[in-house]
Write a protein that binds this ligand. Structure first.
Ligand code: FE2
Ligand code: FE2
Length: 189
C-alpha cells in the first residue's frame, strides 16, 4: 500500500467507524470490524493480494446493515459504489474490486468471491464465527472438566450464572448487551 492509499484508508476508517457507532449494533459494530481487520491483515501477509482493497473492504463490509439486515452485502456494496467511494478519487477498477469484496462476503448475497481479495474478506469474516464457537466450546468443555460435570450440566449451570445485571456501569457498557444475547441463544437450544 502506498502513502496515498494509506491516507485514504485512514479516512475510510474514520468515516466508517462513525457510521458503525451510530448504528450501535450489538455484534456488527466497530469491534467486529477491528477483529476482522486483524484477521484480514494476517491472511494478506500470506497471500499475494492488494492490501488496500482488502482492508478498505473489510472496514466497510457491514455498512449495509444501515439499510436493514436483509441483503446487507448487496446494499452495502451499492452504497460504497455510488455514494462513499467516489468521494476519494479512486480509480474505477479499484472501486469495483472493493465493492466486489463487500457484495461477496456473505454467501446469502448470491455473489461468490472471484478475486483473492474478496476471498480474504469472506474468510476473515467467517473466522469470526468459528473463533466465537471455539471460545464457547472451549469454555464449556474446560469448565465442565474442571467441575467434573457433563457438558449438558454445565450449560444449565452456565445459564444460572447469567445474571440479569452487571454490578458496575462500566462492565455493562463493555458488555453492550452481548451476555443477554448468549443467554437467549442457549435458553432456546
Ligand atoms: Fe456481513
Ligand atoms: Fe461481518
Amino acid at each position: 500500500m502506498n502513502d496515498l492509499e494509506r491516507n485514504i484508508l485512514v479516512q475510510i476508517m474514520d468515516f466508517s467507524k462513525k457510521i458503525y457507532d451510530q448504528m450501535n449494533r450489538i455484534h456488527h459494530n466497530w469491534d467486529h470490524i477491528m477483529r476482522d481487520y486483524r484477521r484480514a491483515e494476517i491472511i494478506c501477509a500470506e497471500e499475494k493480494a492488494n492490501d488496500f482493497v482488502v482492508l478498505s473492504a473489510i472496514t466497510m463490509h457491514d455498512l449495509g446493515y444501515l439499510f436493514g439486515p436483509e441483503g446487507h452485502a448487496l446494499s452495502g456494496a451499492r452504497a460504497c459504489r455510488e455514494n462513499i467511494l467516489p468521494e476519494y478519487n479512486l480509480p474505477k477498477p479499484i472501486i469495483e474490486q472493493i465493492c466486489h469484496c463487500i457484495e461477496a462476503h456473505d454467501p446469502d448475497s448470491g455473489v461468490l468471491p472471484q478475486t483473492i481479495e474478496a476471498k480474504i474478506v469472506a474468510d476473515a469474516d467467517l473466522l469470526e464465527k468459528s473463533d466465537l464457537m471455539v471460545i464457547m466450546e472451549g469454555l464449556f468443555n474446560n469448565v465442565a472438566r474442571e467441575f467434573n460435570i457433563t457438558y449438558q450440566d454445565y450449560i444449565r449451570l452456565f445459564l444460572r450464572k447469567m445474571k440479569p445485571n452487571f454490578y458496575t456501569k462500566k462492565a455493562e457498557e463493555m458488555d453492550n448487551g452481548r451476555l443477554e444475547l448468549i443467554r437467549k441463544l442457549f435458553e432456546k437450544a
